[in-house]
Design a protein around this ligand. Structure first.
Ligand code: ATP
Ligand code: MG
Length: 230
């Protein structure tokens, strides 16, 4: 099944065309990396995929449903809450909430809180015993694990991660991308932006973005690096 489809996406800021005729299909169970130089439009693309931003032109289809023309913020947040799990470079945990409460939050938001599931997800990301820790009592890698558990809370159709390992040391970054790999092995669909070849190599497919255009939508790591360095 296609989880997400972009058709002819264009996005510009004033005179600057940031995304130009982007066509992309993501199937259920894929683990895709998006690579490209700084400023090539990766974050903009991910934000459009995740309904955080609107394109000027083109279609966004999530699980065969065209969501392009939904403008109501409540409806958009509800779809986001149900279908999309976000992980960012910084975990953006809420400092006054415990790890467990942070993970629980998205389910409260869509009206179906489930504490047992939140606990299971923390166990899954290796944080059994950390339920009641506050974010400032966790390491960067642990905070990112909480953010991943939170992203999984509503069992989204797709996880979108924007440089999720960029602020972690090499070893911790590896444990995080391994966690993504494990989740993908269990069937989760993941799209991850990364600059790091050592992280991108864990994915099954690499999309190369350059100057707002897709140069390849299924490159090997070697091809991707060549295209980016041109
Ligand atoms: N809100 C905005 N207003 C104006 N220009 C923007 C805005 N957001 C992004 N841009 C511009 O769009 C281009 C693409 O930005 P984007 O953040 O998508 O790049 P990126 O590939 O994620 O880069 P990086 O690897 O540095 O994170 C950049 O030239 C940026 O300056
Ligand atoms: Mg970016």
């Amino acid at each position: 099944m296609k989880v997400l489809k972009l058709e002819g996406i264009r996005k510009s800021y004033n005179d600057l065309v940031v995304l130009d005729n982007i066509n992309l299909d993501i199937d259920e169970g894929e683990f895709v990396s998006i690579m490209g130089p700084s400023g090539s439009g990766k974050t903009t693309l991910l934000n459009i995929m995740g309904l955080l931003d609107k394109p000027d032109k083109g279609k966004i289809i999530i699980k065969n449903k065209d969501v392009t023309n939904i403008y109501d913020d409540n409806i958009l947040s509800y779809i986001r809450g149900k279908e999309i799990g976000f992980v960012f470079q910084h975990s953006y945990l809420i400092p006054v909430l415990t790890a467990l409460e942070n993970v629980l939050l998205p389910s409260i938001f869509i009206g179906s809180p489930n504490k047992d599931r939140a606990k299971k997800l923390l166990d899954l990301v290796g944080l059994k015993g950390y339920y009641n820790h506050y974010p400032n009592q966790l390491s960067g890698g642990q905070q990112q694990r909480v953010a991943i558990a939170r992203a999984l809370m509503n069992n989204p159709s797709i996880i979108l991660a924007d440089e999720p390992t960029a602020s972690l040391d090499v070893k911790t970054a590896k444990t995080i991308v391994n966690l993504f790999k494990e989740l993908n092995d269990k069937g989760h669909t993941i799209v991850m932006v990364t600059h790091d070849p050592n992280i991108a190599k864990y994915s099954k497919r690499i999309v190369v973005l350059y100057g707002g255009k897709i140069l390849s939508d299924n490159a090997s790591l070697e091809e991707a690096l060549k295209l980016i360095e041109q």
